[in-house]
Ligand binder design. Structure first.
Ligand code: NAD
Length: 486
């Protein structure tokens, strides 16, 4: 596998606390390893509890003082628009940082930076268009329900889309007037720190900007347990999300969780099979399967099962796995050796459970590459059908009737995303309404649209990112009544 080019990379990164760059008070750092090469990439200051405490103090003071929340919504929108413009101006630097830090193919990283700028543009426009109601109450007077910023916002992101998922939280939190403490994943903190610089340059007040990389178990846990935090928005594993709900409960922090998935892609025998076969491999293998929306369970109607499997395997085999800095690459390395091992372990589990590897993924190096695997002879009750693998592994299961497909799609603890491929309008309506999932597409492999709400049912989460629904998540409703009698 080709090694990455020797582009120079900033040799170290500091924390951003109260808008200022600082090394951690203990002097501790995280050495980042480049997924494509397995070699040292750069060093990042690692926050300790004293640093997180400082970030909490700055954010709390900022909220009490109200510099940002009292800035007019229109002006906040202008600042966010500057953020979008700066992201576009620096898109190549951000894209290379994401590619070298997280292993995303450079074409994907460019798309992600562009999408991150779209998110800031959307919430720049949303800032002064999110307002309350005048309510016709029985008492004589005027009743107004207003929206107020929720307060200090702890934004915790995973490693799979480090910049993009950060923007889903940062942009609406700031649009609503909240100070932020952004905690990136320890594997991939660089683009979050670069985003912090952009926020400051665009004019977000310094104390409202805190970007604090550090271990989830220590400083992450400290952040979500602190009573000064009013809002927690977390994206990551379901088990971590449960712990966050428990730890934050005594403080009544408002919590949004975007968690795991095991999404179904249902292919009916009346679908345009050629289109489905062309589009669906990347709906599970994009980002080397490290995608919460990955359609990792394919439910295919028996009449087209063999044809679909043959076409799907052929298309999956053609996907170009390689150096993420190469323009032709479609699938880069996995983020870490440990993450690749999880997928390899699941392939062994699939063998033990009696599945067949219609395409058997191969690990290669240097770096943590793993090509796609396609499993057949799979039942929906097997572990590979029920557990999130978070790697390039697809399971294909046959079904006979529409009801059976719906039942299997819903037979999962998760409910994040999914697709239905059919040429029958009535069926597309019936099935999308019946599948218990937060997002579902018909004849499309995509899940996320900046302007539309995104989030999960069941163990896939609570709350919605993106669209105007995200603005509700970062505000509190206050009802005010003005009596007519003076
Ligand atoms: P993770 O839960 O291990 O970590 C996510 C973040 O939480 C990291 O920043 C981590 O440091 C922090 N963290 C860990 N323990 C913590 C604690 N006790 N308190 C506070 N913070 C803590 O998840 P991951 O491995 O980084 O990400 C992969 C997971 O994320 C997958 O399950 C995937 O499905 C999910 N995901 C979901 C979505 C979605 O929108 N639903 C999007 C992307 C990823």
């Amino acid at each position: 596998m080709g090694a990455s080019t020797s582009d120079t990379f900033q040799s170290s990164f500091d924390l951003i606390i109260g808008g200022e760059h600082r090394s951690s008070s203990s002097g501790s750092t995280i050495d980042l390893i480049e997924p494509a090469t397995g070699e040292f990439l750069t060093s990042v200051s690692q926050a300790d509890t004293e640093d997180m405490d400082a970030a909490l103090s700055f954010a709390t003071q900022e909220f009490e003082r109200g510099t940002w929340r009292r800035t007019s919504a229109t002006e906040r929108g202008r600042v966010l628009l500057r953020v979008a413009n700066l992201l576009r101006e620096r898109s190549e630097a951000f894209a290379v940082a994401e590619t070298r830090g997280a292993g995303h193919p450079i074409g994907n990283s460019r798309w992600e930076v562009n999408a991150a700028a779209d998110v800031f543009e959307y919430f720049a426009g949303a800032a002064n268009k999110h307002y309350g109601d005048v309510i016709p109450v029985q008492d004589a007077g005027l009743d107004v329900a207003t929206r107020e910023p929720v307060g200090v916002s702890a934004l915790i992101v995973p490693w799979n889309f480090p910049l993009l998922i950060a923007t889903w939280k940062v942009a609406p939190a700031l649009a609503c007037g909240n100070p932020i403490i952004l905690k990136p994943a320890s594997l991939t903190p660089v683009t979050a720190l670069m985003l912090g610089d952009v926020l400051l340059e665009a004019g977000v007040p310094p104390h409202a900007v805190n970007v604090v990389p550090g271990p989830g178990r220590s400083v992450g846990q400290q952040l979500i347990s602190d009573p000064r935090v009013n809002k927690i928005s977390f994206t990551g594993e379901t088990v971590t999300g449960v712990g966050i709900l428990q730890s934050s409960a005594p403080n009544f922090a408002r919590v949004s969780l975007e968690l795991g998935g095991k999404s179904a892609c249902i292919v009916f025998d009346d679908a345009d099979l050629e289109r489905a076969i062309a589009a669906t491999p990347l709906s599970v293998f994009d980002n080397t399967g490290q995608d919460c929306c990955a359609r990792s369970r394919f439910l295919v109607q028996r009449g087209v099962y063999d044809e679909f499997v043959a076409g799907f395997v052929e298309e999956s085999r053609k996907l170009v796995v390689g150096d993420p800095l190469s323009e032709d690459t479609q699938l880069g390395p996995m983020v870490s050796s440990a993450q690749r091992q999880v997928s390899l372990d699941y392939l062994d589990i699939a063998d033990t459970e009696g599945a067949t590897r219609a395409l058997s993924g191969e690990a290669s190096g240097p770096g943590w590459y793993l090509s796609p695997s396609v499993l057949t002879d799979v039942r929906n009750d097997m572990r590979v059908s029920q557990e999130e693998i978070f790697g390039p592994v697809a399971a294909i299961i046959p079904f006979d009737t529409e009801d059976e497909a719906i039942e299997m799609a819903n037979d999962s603890r998760y409910g994040l995303s999914g697709s239905v491929w059919t040429g029958n309008l009535g069926r597309s309506i019936r099935v999308t309404r019946a599948v218990r999932t937060g997002v579902i597409s018909v004849n499309s492999a995509r899940s996320v649209r900046t302007e539309a709400p995104f989030g999960g049912f069941k163990a896939s989460g609570i709350g919605r990112a993106l669209g105007m629904a995200a603005m509700d998540d970062y505000t509190e409703v206050k009802n005010i009544f003005f009596s007519e009698e003076v």
